[in-house]
Design a protein around this ligand. Structure first.
Ligand SMILES: Cc1cc2nc3c(=O)[nH]c(=O)nc-3n(C[C@H](O)[C@H](O)[C@H](O)COP(=O)(O)O)c2cc1C
Length: 200
């Protein structure tokens, strides 16, 4: 499938087939793909937690608002987290990067202060979301990006001291009757002239 076809056909799955699980080989492929996400100065300020344990998935579903049933029925839940603070980023990640990256960080980003650095780090994790959704669709995996979760409760359940939850993605296979799929509900996007500007 061409990338254009993938863009036309991927969609936010609203109902999963609870009986279809993603096989381990495919899950491993997705883990490798997400590991390869690009980020500014290769900062990689993220952690991706793949949850298939039904007990943990069920606990997380209770803190997933309208997404509860999707979390329960999906094959896996991938929780996207970022380093919890600037110190953790500098101690755990920055010193693994090449000198050019650290120089840029110290000269350009550090003077902006912690709030802006955290915002910059967060945007790197969102970038990996786009990468992941497209990649999943390209290998026939349906997905649901979800900001509609209680991140504090997720953190309490996942018990990771160095990372905090930003959002999650349910992955699996659609229920054949999912009414949100493009064959039943045409994709809505703003017209090209509203979002694309061409300067020749
Ligand atoms: C960052 C982000 C968070 C989202 N959060 C939710 C969510 O909590 N629940 C949900 O059902 N859809 C969620 N969506 C899906 C969007 O509503 C959807 O991508 C948008 O309407 C476009 O539809 P499409 O993905 O089917 O093309 C989210 C999408 C993004 C990118």
């Amino acid at each position: 499938m061409s990338f254009l076809n993938i863009a036309q056909n991927r969609y936010t799955t609203k109902k999963y087939d609870p009986n279809r699980k993603i096989d381990e080989e495919t899950v491993e492929k997705l883990k490798e793909i997400i590991r390869l996400s690009p980020s500014s100065i290769n900062s990689q300020p993220w952690k991706f937690t793949f949850v298939s344990d039904e007990n943990i998935k069920s606990k997380l579903s209770e803190f997933s608002y309208n997404n509860k049933q999707k979390v329960r029925d999906a094959s896996h839940l991938v929780v996207f987290s970022m380093v919890k603070d600037v110190d953790t980023f500098e101690n755990r990640k920055l010193n693994l990067l090449p000198e050019g990256a650290t120089t840029y960080y110290n000269r350009v980003l550090k003077p902006k202060g912690d709030e802006q650095i955290m915002s910059w780090l967060k945007s790197q994790v969102y970038l990996s979301l786009g990468f992941f959704l497209s990649a999943a669709a390209s290998i026939g995996i349906d997905s649901t990006p979800m900001e509609g979760i209680s991140t504090d409760e997720y953190d309490a359940i996942l018990e990771d001291n160095e990372y905090k939850t930003l959002f999650a993605v349910a992955i699996g296979y659609r229920d054949k009757d999912d009414s949100n799929q493009p064959s039943q509900k045409p994709k809505f996007r703003l017209d090209r002239d509203k979002v694309i500007r061409t300067i020749k």
